[in-house]
Design a protein around this ligand. Structure first.
Ligand code: ATP
Ligand code: MG
Ligand code: MG
Length: 368
């Protein structure tokens, strides 16, 4: 790794360097808080070393992030908002580049202004907070509603193409049975197969032009939202490494999958795993309150279905990895992926039994 002090000197930070420390609880990149003193006032910056194990296409990823943030900045300015707080602001290098690639070890760095007076949280303590994160991602959709998502590169192809994953990952995994574990998960495999007919619904609607291609964030967890440290209102969405062309429904569905479940993703007592309708309602109110009028009716009508589909897809990916012998997700014990898959499938079954209620909730929000 390059010397971090030397990397700091590459970027066009204002004032005199004060100090640098590791920061935050991100799992992917290495994040630093960098403090400068600019004519007596403290300037904070975030400096990140990108994880080149996870991201194979960093230059394209950076292009996506810059395209989205510069567009967001111009819209926020036009609306009279504060672009230094309501989206990320990237600091260029002194040579005018958007990022720095260390010639020593080919690692990538980028820097941005620290979002002033903001904090992030790892778990939603109540439905109100979850609603706020729905607002943040709804606002993200609203501000980007006129952005041409075709400009972005699909840095992870087929990311939420559930049917593609079924045909090209799940079925081949069954045929290969690399781990020899297939006998131990027959019921779970049957569960996935039972849903095969539903997996292509959203992609087919997209191909027919019924669902518009939008910018999807693809990592909508709570600590990727910055909240105002005094009011606890959402300020902006960060961590744009996985922005890609996709459906607004994917972001909504994935948020519900992990945020509206009553238990952790690897809870093994399945009686504890349910979809909490109050949380579903709270998130939908936040999301649609911001972006509802920019979505078409087909998008709104599929919010509940997309929640189930994203949960099914995630469970199928855990099961695929279990059958492949735990080659993708980090596991802490041999059955970890199978437990996660069972947990997600319990949630899918619960959503199926609550589908009418979920759809009713969406209808009522739209009416209001
Ligand atoms: P993840 O595990 O979510 O993928 P990551 O490793 O990609 O995370 P980020 O989410 O970009 O990293 O940053 C990690 C943490 O650093 C954030 O949760 C947030 O607390 C803090 N952070 C990042 N960027 C900023 C910023 N511009 N202003 C203030 N805090 C920030
Ligand atoms: Mg993050
Ligand atoms: Mg990230």
């Amino acid at each position: 790794m390059a010397n971090i002090r030397e990397v700091i000197d590459i970027f066009n930070f204002k004032g005199d360097f004060v100090d640098v420390e590791e920061f935050g609880s991100g799992h992917i990149n290495k994040t630093y808080l960098v403090k400068f003193n600019n004519e007596g006032s403290e300037q904070r910056y975030i400096l990140q070393q990108l994880n080149d194990n996870v991201f194979k296409n960093i230059e394209q990823l950076m292009k996506n992030v810059f395209a989205v943030t510069s567009y967001l900045r111009s819209v926020i300015k036009k609306n009279g908002g504060d672009p230094d707080r309501e989206t990320l602001h990237y600091i260029h290098t002194k040579d005018g580049n958007e990022f720095y690639k260390s010639p020593e070890d080919n690692t990538y760095y980028r820097a941005y202004i620290f979002v002033r007076d903001s904090v992030s949280f790892n778990t939603a303590e109540n439905a109100e907070m979850f609603k706020s994160s729905g607002e943040a991602f709804g606002k993200f959709q609203r501000l980007l509603s006129d952005f041409n998502a075709e400009e972005l590169t699909e840095t992870i192809p087929h990311f939420h193409d559930t049917l593609w994953r079924y045909n090209n990952e799940f079925v081949p995994a069954l045929e290969k049975n690399a781990s020899g574990r297939l006998d131990t998960c027959k019921a779970e495999v049957d569960f996935v197969n039972k849903y095969a007919d539903e997996m292509g619904k959203l992609t087919a609607m997209t191909e027919k032009g019924e669902l518009p291609l939008r910018v999807t964030h693809n990592d909508t967890k709570l600590n990727n939202v910055m909240f105002d440290k005094d009011t606890n209102k959402c300020v902006c969405v960060i961590d744009l490494d996985t922005v890609m062309p996709g459906l607004a429904l994917y972001d909504f569905g994935d948020s519900i999958r992990f945020g509206a479940s009553t238990a952790a993703e690897d809870e093994t007592d399945l009686d504890k795993v349910e979809m909490d309708l109050d949380y579903f309602k709270a998130y939908a109110e936040g999301f649609l309150g911001e972006a509802g009028e920019y979505f078409n009716q087909a998008e709104i009508d599929n919010l509940a279905f997309a929640s189930k589909l994203m949960t099914l897809e995630c469970g199928m990916r855990f099961l695929t990895d279990y059958i492949n012998g735990d080659v993708y997700f980090r596991t802490e014990y041999p059955e970890h992926n199978l437990d996660r898959a069972r947990n997600q499938f319990k949630l899918v079954a619960d959503m199926d039994s609550k589908m009418d209620k979920m759809e009713e909730i969406i209808k009522n929000i739209q009416k209001a």
